[in-house]
Ligand binder design. Structure first.
Ligand code: GSH
Length: 217
């Protein structure tokens, strides 16, 4: 069995999949394919057969192609992980899905705006700043009454949301305003074994982006 994993450097959703592959202990069965973005490898018709959105990450598992990091994460834990981090209990799973949807629909898009402002120099409007604060306040409030984002146990939602929060921090969002979130980030980093090394490698990449942007100004 081999899983083909198509990824890009500097990509939060690809980093999430790398963490999950490591957590499941199946990295040795994975063929990693680094997409050459400059050569537009992801825009080819061949790649579109695997991922109609022409983005990364994508996996191909025994001929089965799948994209969207959160869908990939659920598939991998169902097939290879005995549902680790995604329990079968309907309500537990629904809560994890809700948190993952909050990430893709609300928090992660804010990360993209913060990235565009910090690294690409586009201005962030007052409204965008307020909406980013609103999204982080929602996360902080969830974590006020729950150890992890979907209850007392770590889940896929913690891996996905924690990476979004860590990257925003690297892009200079002051996370000290969200004390429940900083408490939880420390918890995730110390209790999900493969999170720390892989996530921090990516955070360092972001910090270098920010510092080279600052030096060029
Ligand atoms: N919602 C998607 C996001 C995928 C995505 O936007 N990937 C970016 C890399 S972070 C990409 O492929 N960008 C290349 C492009 O848009 O041309 C997921 O979670 O997998």
């Amino acid at each position: 069995m081999t899983i083909d994993f198509y990824y890009m450097t500097g990509s939060p959703p690809c980093t999430v999949i790398s963490i999950i592959l490591a957590e499941l202990g199946i990295e040795s069965q994975v063929n990693r394919h680094l997409i050459n973005v400059e050569a537009k490898e992801h825009l080819t018709e061949e790649y579109a057969k695997k991922n109609p959105q022409r983005k990364a990450p994508t996996i191909v598992d025994d001929g089965f192609a799948l994209s969207e990091s959160r869908a990939i994460a659920k598939y991998l834990v169902a097939k290879y992980g005995n549902n680790k981090y995604y329990p079968q209990d309907i309500k537990a799973r629904a809560l994890i899905d809700q948190r993952l949807d909050f990430d893709i629909g609300t928090l992660y898009p804010k990360l993209f705006e913060v990235y565009k402002s910090t690294v690409l120099g586009l201005s962030l409007s007052e409204d965008q700043r307020n909406k980013t604060d609103e999204a982080f306040t929602v996360l902080n409030n969830i974590l006020g009454s729950s150890e992890y984002v979907a209850g007392a146990e770590p889940s896929l939602a913690d891996i996905s949301l924690a990476l979004t929060a860590l990257v925003c921090e690297a892009f200079k969002i002051n996370m000290k305003q969200y004390p429940n979130t900083t408490r939880w980030l420390t918890l995730v980093r110390s209790t999900i074994p493969k999170f720390e090394n892989i996530a921090m490698e990516y955070v360092k990449f972001c910090e270098q982006l920010v510092s080279s942007k600052e030096k060029s100004q």
